[in-house]
Design a protein around this ligand. Sequence first.
Ligand code: HEM
Length: 304
Amino acid sequence: MFTSEVISRTAFGSSYLEGEKIFYMLKKLADIVSRNSNKSRISILSKFWKTDDDVESEKLAREIQDLVIEIVKKRENKVASGEAESFGSDFLRILVKAFNNPDEKTKILMEDLVDECKTFYFAGQETVNALLAWAVLVLAIHRDWQDKARREMRMIINETLRLYAPINGLVRRARRQVQVGKLVLPAKVDVWIPNMALHHDPQLWGDDAHVFKPERFEKGIVKATKYNAAAFIPFGMGPRACVGMTFAINETKTALSMILQRYTISLSPAYVHHFSFSCLCSLTHTSYHSSTTAWDSSYTQFTV
Ligand code: HEM
């Protein structure tokens, strides 16, 4: 709820309650995409024969679109009725302004606007949610780091992102045939880059690659990765890297500070470390998201 409220307020001038249905439907859509992500389909056939999941996801996409349009109309109506002077000062303002742009060449379509909102709602919430959940868990396991976290948080956040990257893979498409090491990739092939494999590679991180050791990052990321930029890519790399990185880090620091000021965290004796990957690719045509989940709130105890 915290991360939902933060992204709703900051990006959409709205609230968790207003976005609640959108979050719920995006999550359902993501679950469908996740359970179908490794199934091969013949695209021409899927035009005529739809599975239950196809029908459900089309329905969800339509409903999400209607809800986003409702939020946009509300914003436009405020300006039209004189209740507000401008479209606001947040992310939604940029989109609504671009949609209302009289210049046909630079204006965006409603379809684009809806896609951008879906990406932001999902990218802005599920990711930080996963990072916070994992950070609280590792601090519950490594209690000596709770005191250190009160003084220095970045190392802990980086180490959590290394071990449990909320997005565990990146997708890229080869535009032409390329050679990567011994591999020849034909043109138009989609490549899944498992950043989690890089983050856990003993050749890059040493034999203790799987161990929680925030002090690796004591002298910054460049030193921790021994100048190998691709060894640590929780936010991706290159021109399509995450636009929300600084926002996400600040949000995480704020939330963790609020928790650590009030609580000491300890692990429930019932906790069993058993995490799973769930892949949430191509939710919208612009975003590829997946997450690692191990979270059950009953596993961690908060002690005042
Ligand atoms: C811990 C939190 C987060 C993590 C680990 C994360 C990670 C990522 C990754 C790996 C990508 C793909 C980058 C690539 O393909 O190279 C991405 C893209 C993106 N993220 Fe995040 N993200 C986080 C939080 C956020 C937040 C809070 C927002 C919005 C406020 C956000 C907005 C986006 C958007 C819009 C894209 C698509 C960028 C593009 O395609 O140009 N992310 N994120």
